[in-house]
Design a protein around this ligand. Structure first.
Ligand SMILES: NC(=O)c1ccc[n+]([C@@H]2O[C@H](COP(=O)([O-])OP(=O)(O)OC[C@H]3O[C@@H](n4cnc5c(N)ncnc54)[C@H](O)[C@@H]3O)[C@@H](O)[C@H]2O)c1
Length: 278
């Protein structure tokens, strides 16, 4: 438990659904758990005025260095991870809300090196992934042979590039939209694959190219998303999990993922210069 007289100062980058949820929760419960706000940034700062105290609004993201944040949380877009990830790690612990950015192997390497160099931790939230630390342990022991993840959602919950799902109709049932490597899937569905990205980071011996991802549109799934994970180890070892994640129609993010994110933030207290699934 942190010293209550000096809370961990959190910088929030992005003020969409997740950003607003985290800011509100820090404002409401932060003192109790040893967290305080260092700054909040959003692409359009006007969205912050009225809900965030003026002194906490960061107008220019490049000025984050002046706010003394202990932890920086990215909850906006993989592009910001690309532009600022290394700089964030040079100053603070970094919780990356859009881990699909790490499907770019050069960026992945740069972030890992920056974490090591500056002694700060790159935290990857489990999000909707069940069993992430178990996958990581199997990976680290050298016994992980294969990993595949299927995410099934109502078609209104997908945000896909290239008009891949522009023609759906209510009642059409189930449609496999993509089956292949997570590396190929990330650019097609950048907002829907963070769970698979977290899994690929945990399974570093397979990596984004070696982990299989499948996305399925299913009009029967009006109330929840389904996340199925199949892990294969050595000598006949295997685990299958099925997670039902209640979600509103049209929502990219399941309800339980918000609380999962909060739990991840509570872990970000410094684990040295490495990547840490939380
Ligand atoms: N790790 C996980 O399990 C998990 C779960 C849900 C969402 N996410 C990811 O977290 C991020 C935020 O999710 P959300 O549900 O709050 O999304 P959201 O769409 O509600 O909010 C995103 C915010 O970022 C801003 N934004 C979009 N593109 C931007 C860009 N290029 N540069 C700067 N700002 C930009 C938007 O204006 C908006 O304020 C997304 O990348 C999403 O894919 C991750």
């Amino acid at each position: 438990m942190a010293d209550r007289s000096s809370p961990i100062r959190v910088g929030i980058v992005g003020y969409g659904h997740l950003g607003q949820f985290l800011v509100e929760r820090i404002q409401r419960e932060g003192q109790k758990v040893g967290l305080g706000l260092a700054f909040v940034w959003n692409r359009n700062a006007e969205k912050l005025r009225g809900s965030i105290p003026e002194e906490l609004i960061l107008n220019n993201l490049a000025d984050f260095t002046q706010r003394g944040a202990d932890v920086i949380v990215e909850v906006c877009h993989p592009q910001i991870v690309k532009e600022f990830g290394v700089r964030f790690l040079s100053q603070a612990q970094f919780l990356v809300g859009s881990p699909s950015a790490l499907s770019d192997s050069q960026l992945d390497q740069e972030l890992r090196q920056a974490a090591k160099h500056y002694g700060n931790t790159l935290y990857v939230p489990c999000g909707a992934l069940w069993g992430g630390p178990d996958i990581q342990r199997l990976n680290d022991s050298g016994a992980l042979k294969a990993l595949s993840i299927r995410m099934s959602k109502h078609p209104s919950c997908f945000r896909l590039s290239g008009g891949l799902l522009s023609d759906w109709s209510e009642g059409e049932g189930r449609r496999v939209l993509f089956h292949g490597s997570v590396a190929e899937l990330c650019p097609i569905a950048p907002n829907n694959v963070n769970t698979m990205a977290a899994a690929s980071i945990a399974a570093s011996t397979l990596g984004f190219k070696g982990v299989t991802g499948e996305i399925v549109s299913d009009t029967a799934l009006a109330d929840y998303h389904l996340v199925e994970v199949e892990v294969t180890g050595a000598d006949g070892f295997s685990v299958k999990t099925v997670r039902k994640n209640p979600a509103k129609l049209g929502a990219v993010t399941g309800n339980a993922t918000y609380n999962s994110f909060w739990s991840s933030l509570l872990v970000c207290r410094g684990h040295g210069g490495r990547v840490y699934l939380c």
